[in-house]
Design a protein around this ligand. Structure first.
Ligand code: SF4
Ligand code: MG
Length: 319
């Protein structure tokens, strides 16, 4: 759970002046046990940074963050270390995330060697048993353990990454664009694997994606981000069928081939995303919003409840 979470970076040089990049700005949201929260938005909107903040893979600038009821906002690595097994991340780039010189078995076993088990250090045979369980779980042949990452296709490598993330039986998995680099036919298999694993293991997911059709398949709730802030948050069906925020509506109509089940209202997104270094005043979306009013240029819309279990940050919500 985050409360008014912000992550800012100082950019620029001493000579030309330092500026503040607001990668994540004032985000308050809760991830519920067992759900899949889809985190969507254009690239550069802060989704990945928020994902990394949730797992405290980076320092927090402002606000607070709790994991399993415990405040971890300023926790040091020594405090976080025993919690790490329960919070894991799966990344997009399966090449970059797997050391090419190590066998798959070693890669998946690494977290098992680094972290102690409930009975202390794990024995060789405990690790070997667990490796076989894990390959089985993600649909890899046991022979995969002896091979190297480059011998596998993108989809298979993502299965390796998932096995590695699951090695320590996490409760929360943040998956950052885990299928974006894969062919569409393979995407569906990996999304299905994520869903199957969730059912079997009771996992909680934060699933980051820019592809709304993928999010629609897997997410139970959706958070839409724009320039570092959450502009809409609610049940996936509600948000994707009847978006309240004009930005959500625009994202949905930007899906190239309208996906059955997504709202089909045409709202065209024009212009570039403004810089997160100097975001527009008032509503940050006003420079691109088709229904902006004078008030939108000065008043910041707060994320507020719309009464249907959904929140939106807009003075003139659509639904
Ligand atoms: Fe558009 Fe105004 Fe709503 Fe912002 S507050 S999304 S500019 S209508
Ligand atoms: Mg990203």
């Amino acid at each position: 759970e985050t409360k008014h979470l912000s992550k800012h970076y100082q950019v620029g040089s001493a000579l030309r002046g330092k500026q503040t990049l607001r990668a994540v700005d004032d985000v308050s949201l809760a991830v519920r046990p067992g759900e899949t929260l889809g985190l969507v938005g254009e690239s550069g909107c802060g989704k990945s940074t928020l994902g990394r903040c949730l797992l405290r893979l980076t320092d927090i600038t402002d606000g607070a963050i709790e994991f399993e009821g415990r405040d971890i906002t300023r926790a040091r690595e020594t405090t976080l270390r025993p919690m790490r097994p329960r919070m894991q991340m799966v990344f997009q780039d399966s090449y970059a995330s797997l050391n090419p010189r190590r066998r798959v078995g070693d890669l998946i076993a690494e977290p098992l060697r680094v972290h102690r088990g409930p009975n202390g250090r794990r024995t060789r045979s405990e690790i070997s048993d667990r490796l076989h369980e894990l390959t089985n779980l993600v649909g890899l042949p046991a022979s995969a353990l002896e091979r190297y990452p480059h011998e596998f296709s993108g989809g298979q490598r993502q299965r390796i990454n998932i096995a590695r993330a699951l090695a320590l039986s996490p409760r929360l998995v943040v998956a950052d664009e885990p299928v974006s680099a894969l062919d569409v036919s393979i995407q569906a298999q990996i999304v299905n694997l994520f869903m199957d694993l969730q059912d079997r293991l009771g996992l909680t997911y934060v699933f980051i994606a820019h592809d709304l059709s993928v999010v629609r398949q897997i997410a139970t709730r959706v958070a839409v981000m724009y320039l570092g802030s959450v502009v809409e948050l609610g049940d996936a069906d509600t948000v994707l069928h009847s978006p309240a925020h004009p930005y959500t509506a625009a994202l949905i109509s930007a899906v190239p081939e309208p996906v059955v089940g997504l709202a089909s209202r045409r709202t065209l997104l024009t212009g570039d995303v403004p810089s997160p270094i100097s975001p527009p005043p008032g509503c940050r979306f006003h420079t691109r919003c088709p229904i902006a009013q004078p008030r939108c240029r000065t008043d910041v819309p707060a994320l507020r409840d719309l009464g249907d279990g959904r929140q939106a940050a807009c003075h003139f919500p659509l639904n």
